[in-house]
Design a protein around this ligand. Structure first.
Ligand code: ADP
Ligand code: MG
Length: 334
């Protein structure tokens, strides 16, 4: 990309190339030539296939422009690792496209890179390259990530069969409650303090280390990013099965349990986005062994329903057995 000229009245800060060299080159992995080349040369373990995914975050849509930059960076990476792990893949590396508004400052980028570096170390993933550009209304961050897998172990949304048990990891609604907390729109009955609730929205914690169990036991799998109900509908439709789920069986965020009386809170949890937990099905004959293995991990799993051959219908019933109606089953950009 061509270098952009700096206007005379702008504060002194690094140009595009200095920015890459100073903040991102230290995170470069094997084959990335210290981010001094046009591309990276990535080796692949013989016999393995690559699983590739991409997710972007934009200011004002996925985060607020004044959110902590280190958390924005870590979230941008984590939402991608969530997709990979939900397919059963072990994440390896990623590339980063970073669009910055005209008024970006070096401190913001330094904190962004520091957060990214922390998660690179934590998840053992390396940066292979990317692009840096001017984006009015930014920041905008797009990450493409990939991992390796034995091809037959790839878990799509299409594989759920009649009689398979539907499971979910962790709790649902933390991200949606966290967003309310972050926006200062939490109902009065909320127990936990605003900052700790907001953290689940700002920094999701997908069960990345659960990937091998997805690979070994799941017939279909996906991560929940847009909202539990809508995402379950996607899995049901892709697999051509139906699910009947009692809302009371869905493990909801601890912060929500005191708020179930609040109008709309259960709906917020079930249809709000940013959970980054996994939805998956396990064939009946493998359930017992799966549960035994899952118990040895630090990821909680809950059985929710039995898949029935169908057309993609998802019914969520309330405590009285009545089907619940939602104004929207999940987040939708348009
Ligand atoms: P080109 O003009 O050849 O496409 P660039 O000048 O855009 O290359 O980038 C130079 C190098 O810096 C490349 O290795 C690229 O992958 C890397 N790079 C650019 N922006 C980023 C970024 N935001 N994060 C990581 N690497 C980056
Ligand atoms: Mg080039």
């Amino acid at each position: 990309m061509a270098r952009k000229s700096q206007k005379a009245d702008e504060p002194i800060r690094p140009g595009e190339f200095e920015l890459i060299e100073r903040y991102f080159a230290p995170l470069a992995g094997e084959g990335a030539f210290g981010l001094k080349d046009d591309a990276a040369l990535v080796s692949v373990t013989p016999g393995k296939a690559l699983v590739v995914t991409q997710d972007a975050l934009a200011a004002g849509v996925h985060f607020l422009a004044d959110d902590p930059p280190d958390l924005i960076a870590r979230k941008a990476l984590r939402v991608n690792l969530s997709d990979l792990a939900a397919k059963g893949a072990v994440p390896k590396a990623f590339s980063l496209a970073l669009g910055l508004d005209g008024d970006w400052d070096a401190e913001w980028v330094a904190a962004f890179a520091r957060g990214l570096g922390e998660d690179c170390a934590h998840y053992r993933v390396a940066l292979t390259g990317g692009d840096t550009f001017r984006a009015p209304g930014g920041p905008v961050i797009s990450v493409a990530a990939w991992g390796e897998i034995d091809a037959p172990n790839y878990r799509s949304r299409l594989g759920a069969g009649d009689g398979d048990t539907l499971f979910v990891t962790g709790t649902i609604g933390d991200g949606a409650i966290g967003l309310l907390a972050h926006q200062g729109r939490l109902p009065a009955g909320a127990r936990d303090d605003r900052a700790s609730l907001a953290r689940s929205y700002l920094l999701p914690d997908p069960p990345v280390r659960f990937a091998p169990l997805i690979a070994e036991f799941a017939s279909a799998a996906m991560d929940i990013s847009d909202g539990f109900v809508g995402d379950l509908q996607k899995l049901a439709a892709a697999s051509r099965v139906d699910f009947d789920v009692r809302a009371g069986d869905v493990p909801v965020a601890a912060a929500l349990r005191g708020l179930v009386g609040e109008p709309g809170m259960l709906e917020t949890a079930l249809t709000g986005g940013d959970d980054y937990q996994f939805l998956f099905t396990v064939p009946q004959r493998r359930v017992a062994q799966f549960l035994q293995m899952a118990q040895k991990t630090d990821t909680a799993v809950a059985a929710l329903a039995i898949a029935r051959k169908g057309t993609g219908k998802v019914r969520i019933t309330d405590a009285t057995g009545e089907p619940m109606r939602f104004s929207s089953p999940s987040w939708n950009h348009f």
